[in-house]
Write a protein that binds this ligand. Structure first.
Ligand SMILES: Nc1ncnc2c1ncn2[C@@H]1O[C@H](COP(=O)(O)OP(=O)(O)OP(=O)(O)O)[C@@H](O)[C@H]1O
Ligand SMILES: [Mg+2]
Length: 322
């Protein structure tokens, strides 16, 4: 559970409010998609959860991140190292950079398993093989002795996922995990992720620009704009009844919301400068439904239906809640 998370960057230009009051809950086995334009704060949200915000400019300035009842923001760095990889695993955008070119795949997967489960020798090897087989890496026994450059992009993605999942994490954070993959491999990879999730009950936070992937993978969607969640609901609710003008604009950009991979078309206007956010709604200058109040006060979150809410003055009942 994430409560009112705030992560700011303190630079010479001023304070960039990259994440400014983000809250959501996530249950075991559930997938939450984070969507939104480039720069809306998706990656910084993910990095904040595992306390890997680039320092010293970046700082988590408020909120709570509760995992199994414990606030991760209160933990020491040593405790956080144990949480990462054990309870929370991450798959990064470019698996090549997260794999070590100088070590064999077997050593790298083994390192993680040994660190977190204290296994050695034959049981360790068995556990590593199991992790690779679970991600359908063919000839896992031989592949253990290979280096990352000997794998294709899709295979590397599987290997880094095998590393991420080999410690049975409670939460997997996947930040644009498939952008480097071609379409067929992407579909295969997502299928595997779903399978592993179903068998292990892992919760997933999936960052993506692709609404096709959202439709295929996510139970719920959070739409981010300028460091805040502007709309959240079940995937069906958000697709069927997008209730924030920004969400509607994003969805209108899609020629067809199916399983095809469609690049998101840019919506009109510029994303706001996060160091100079207006006092009202930061989407107002681009919004077709702009009203005077939008420039004055940030809109409250208004329930649309059970579990579905949007922060917009044009939403029915918004003014009554203010
Ligand atoms: N290292 C940094 N130093 C200063 N500001 C940063 C840094 N990293 C991110 N930011 C700020 O945080 C904002 C949010 O960045 P973030 O990487 O979370 O965007 P994103 O939603 O993941 O975008 P994308 O879709 O392009 O990956 C950026 O607009 C930028 O202003
Ligand atoms: Mg990002």
């Amino acid at each position: 559970m994430v409560e009112d998370l705030k992560t700011y960057f303190f630079t010479r230009r001023g304070v960039t409010k990259a994440v400014d009051g983000v809250s959501f809950t996530l249950h075991a086995g559930e997938t939450l998609a984070l969507v939104g334009e480039s720069g809306s704060g998706k990656s910084v949200t993910c990095l904040s959860l595992v306390r890997l915000v680039p320092e010293p400019a970046g700082r988590i300035v408020g909120g709570r991140v509760l995992l199994e009842g414990e606030d991760l923001l209160q933990k020491s760095s040593a405790e956080m190292r144990r949480v990462r990889g054990k309870k929370i695993a991450m798959v990064l955008q470019d698996p090549l950079t997260s794999l070590n070119p100088a070590l064999t795949i077997g050593t790298q997967v083994g390192e993680v398993v040994r660190l977190h489960q204290g296994l050695r020798g034959a049981p360790l090897r068995e556990r590593v093989l199991e992790a690779l087989r679970r991600l359908r890496i063919p000839a896992a026994g031989t592949r253990l002795r290979h280096y990352s450059h000997q794998f294709s992009g899709g295979m590397r993605q599987r290997v880094s996922s095998a590393i991420a999942l080999s410690c049975a994490p409670r939460l997997l954070i996947a930040d644009e995990p498939t952008t480097a993959l071609d379409v067929t491999i992407q579909a295969q990879y997502l299928e595997l992720l779903k399978e592993v999730q179903a068998s292990a009950g892992v919760a997933i936070i999936l960052v993506t620009h692709d609404f096709g992937i959202v439709a295929a993978m996510a139970d719920r969607v959070a739409v981010m704009y300028a460091g805040r969640i502007v709309e959240m609901g079940s995937t069906l609710q958000v697709f069927d009844n997008p209730s924030h003008p920004y969400t509607r604009a994003l969805l209108r950009c899609l020629p067809d919301v199916g399983l095809k991979r469609e690049q998101l078309v840019e919506i009109g206007g510029q994303p706001p400068d996060l160091a100079r956010l207006p006092q009202g709604c930061p989407f107002a200058p681009r919004c077709p439904e702009r009203q005077p109040i939008c420039d004055e006060t940030y809109p409250p979150s208004v329930p649309v239906a059970g579990g579905h809410a949007a922060s917009c003055w044009a939403a029915p009942g918004a003014k009554a809640r203010a």
